[in-house]
Design a protein around this ligand. Structure first.
Ligand code: FES
Length: 168
């Protein structure tokens, strides 16, 4: 059975709301009909790339930058609530803000704990080669997703964007 009911915004952990969004302007970003369940879209406003995703929990909006090395999540894949990054295969739960799988490069998680370079199941962990690149990978921290508040108004997805330093 199909329904024409508009999507609802998803709840998200309040401590993960993007800084500056609580007083920022509401921006109409997309006709809700253009974001069917299971889909993602990148919408750009100025220097800000926003990822809109229609998850089973509702519509979420986060920066379209992987919390690892800023790759565009919008060209990854969405499976339920989990978005897979196209660059190092990190997986992030858009409904909870949790990291589901660390990037294949390893590195630090949001709490600062180290994770080794990924290896296939049953194999010894790969040893990082020496050098600055490996050191950079080891010290790269996977941050936390940051959410923009979402509302659906008159069939349009509106997102509260961070207020700019100039007050816009
Ligand atoms: S940039 Fe996304 S997992 Fe590395």
């Amino acid at each position: 059975m199909t329904t024409n009911a508009p999507p609802a915004p998803a709840a998200y952990p309040p401590n993960l709301q993007a800084p500056g969004t609580d007083t920022g302007p509401w921006e109409p970003l997309l006709d809700a009909a253009k974001l069917p369940p299971g889909s993602m879209r990148r919408i750009t406003r100025g220097e800000l790339d926003v990822l809109l995703a229609h998850t089973p929990a509702g519509v979420v909006a986060v920066a379209d930058r992987c919390p690892h090395m800023s790759a565009p999540l919008s060209i990854g894949s969405l499976d339920g609530c989990v978005v897979a990054c196209p660059l190092h295969e990190g997986r992030f739960d858009l409904c909870t803000g949790d990291t589901v799988r660390m990037p294949t490069t390893g590195g630090l998680d949001a709490d600062g704990a180290y994770h080794p370079t990924w290896s296939p199941a049953g194999r010894e962990p790969k040893v990082d080669p020496p050098g600055l690149k490996a050191e950079a990978r080891r010290l790269t921290r996977v941050g936390r997703l940051r959410y923009f508040p979402v509302r659906i108004a008159g069939g349009t997805i509106e997102v509260q964007l961070p207020r700019t330093p100039t007050g816009g």
